[in-house]
Design a protein around this ligand. Sequence first.
Ligand SMILES: [Zn+2]
Length: 425
Amino acid sequence: MWVVAPTKTKEEGIMEKLPQVRSITVDFESEFRVTLASCDFGAIMKAFLLLLPQLLEDFFQKVLVGFAEYEMSLPRKSFACTCCGNDRDFVWKTRHGKATTILTWFRWLTLKQLQVLCKRCGHKQYITRTLLGMAPRERIPDATRRKLALVGALTSYRVSAKIGQMFGWAVDKMTIWQCVQRVGRHLEFLLDEKEEPRGEADGTGIGITGIAKRGKELKVLVQYKKGGGIRVAGLDIGNYNGSWANLFRKNLEIIRKFKSTFLLVTDGDTAIFDSLKGKVKVLFQRCLWHLPYQAQYVLWKDGVARKSEDWLHVVAELMEICAIRSLVDCPETIQAMLASKRKRLDQVIEFCQQKSYSHTGSYLENARGDMFTALENRLTGKTTSRVERLMRTVNMRVNISKWSTEGALNVTKVRLAYYYNGFDA
Ligand SMILES: [Zn+2]
């Protein structure tokens, strides 16, 4: 015999007249007949897993009927007639009606539906899902769906199903996939007014099997958190040079609300500038982590041999110019650092012009204007890419199997929400 409701503590006994606490006690007696050929650990566990569905079904049914009986005895019910809105006068139609299935995190259960009749209008309705706190006709409760979505986002669907099976969870890959999609679709990422007015926007080509590499770009906006670390504030997968506006649209209002101007670190993608231009004031900081790497690409375009004397000169100078010591808090020191870095940068640009490295020269001239925004504004230590690690987190999962763009976006949303935004199941 199991007692479902906790026994009353002394305090609860005294406070009995306070708001009505809806708790009932269910006496649960169960009898099972099990045949086992052995009593080793594996055999007992296996037998229990066969027993589990029956036990779970009986348990759900008993508790539901118990609560429904209790509700029916109350003058006012927690449910109302979907036809006339009556929430008082009902009679039982059946306690064991048409069967319906719901997914627990052990397995699918078949429950006999509870049906009541509205005494006011004569409408018949099932109350099983209402009592369970589920939407009408829904077969997977939110709590189950979130768990399946999370496991499906953290590893491949095949592995998810395998892990489930090992622990007696009879759920197939398709169901896991559906849960990931559904949960992902409903996740929304936005800036948080209460966190830092600073962030990073970055895009990276993602390997979607079946879609040519570099064909699609994952765009991420991250926001720095007051206590350190980052959170995701925007996410999209789309074509290159597209969808940045889409990603920023809902964030513009929040950017305007910050007391100080928002500082955005980017790798210089002009589509990002364009999507914000004329809409909201933002301080741009070129990502100094990316810059020396991008410079190697333009040097290659200029035909400069890798690790040649000129190549080494330019790359080494840029590495030093881009290395910003954090925690420098003296305005005069910062001014002196800025002057020194700008002078060195101008010398590199001049060197490129003399050698006719036109791609590298114009690339650096373009970047020059927003390389030291953070330093100038004494927002030190925010010039290295924190989004890099995040991108690796994404790629590990997205490369695994075949994805549609939307499928890839949804799995990435759940995955990043778990790692960065406190999503859990
Ligand atoms: Zn009614």
